[in-house]
Design a protein around this ligand. Structure first.
Ligand code: URA
Length: 230
């Protein structure tokens, strides 16, 4: 939110006062004086006027987890282990999942408390590829490639999937890059050919690759370069 709106929404200042506070250089964001009314205030920003703290801010957090099979992509579940259960309790607070995976899908899962950042990673409009290694029950025909590029009509959502890149690696194995994350998208795409997905592993989301040093169930913080790349 813009700084002038943030301050104007507080019960203590009207718009005229906000303008004055900024001109008088009495507003600090993350410790630095800010006079620009358009300066962006996020939930992570610390905002002070004179010595009064109006928002304490909190640190943004970004983790990558190697999701194992047999756990659900949810923050809570009455029956099954969740991906959050794999983290120490003190790290779980306020995290959400950027791009869910099915119960038996493995691979890269990103957890963060930064909604703006995770939307950039997951929204189709940013066109960041989510790359999967797929194993199927039956052979993958070369004619699949064009169909993946053309798109599949999903009646439930009434949409056609965006162009996807399928690279056949072996008779029953392929690498697939999609820019969306529709419900069971990969399984439904192969389902069009009545070819069952028997193994699914996410290798990459946009610029972030699953760290090969992470065993299933392990996690690490993203580096500042990985965070900045999104
Ligand atoms: N597509 C699927 O069908 N399942 C997943 O877990 C991810 C993508």
């Amino acid at each position: 939110m813009r700084l002038d709106r943030f301050l104007g929404n507080l019960p203590c200042y009207n718009r005229q006062q906000v303008r004055l506070l900024l001109i008088q250089r009495r507003v600090r964001v993350d410790g630095a004086v800010v006079a620009d009314p358009l300066h962006e205030v996020r939930e992570f920003s610390r905002v002070e006027v004179d010595e009064q703290l109006h928002q304490a801010g909190r640190p943004p957090r970004y983790l990558m987890l190697h999701k194992p099979t047999g756990c659900v992509s949810a923050t809570q579940d009455p029956q099954h282990q969740t991906v959050l259960d794999l983290l120490p309790a003190e790290l779980r607070d306020d995290l959400h999942i950027a791009g869910r995976l099915d119960y038996n899908t493995t691979g890269l899962m990103i957890l963060t408390n930064d909604g703006q950042w995770s939307r950039r990673l997951t929204q189709p409009r940013t066109k960041l590829p989510k790359v999967y290694r797929v194993q199927t029950e039956d052979e993958i025909g070369t004619h699949y490639v064009d169909k993946f590029r053309e798109g599949f009509y999903f009646a439930f959502e009434d949409l056609t999937t965006l162009p996807a890149q399928l690279d056949i690696l072996a008779p029953r194995e392929a690498r697939l890059a999609i820019v969306e994350g529709r419900y069971h998208q990969v399984k439904r795409m192969f389902g069009y050919f009545q070819n069952k997905v028997v193994g699914l592993h996410r290798e990459r989301m946009g610029p972030i690759e699953l760290d090969p040093a992470l065993a299933p169930g392990e996690f690490r913080a993203l580096s500042s370069a990985e965070i900045a790349a999104v």
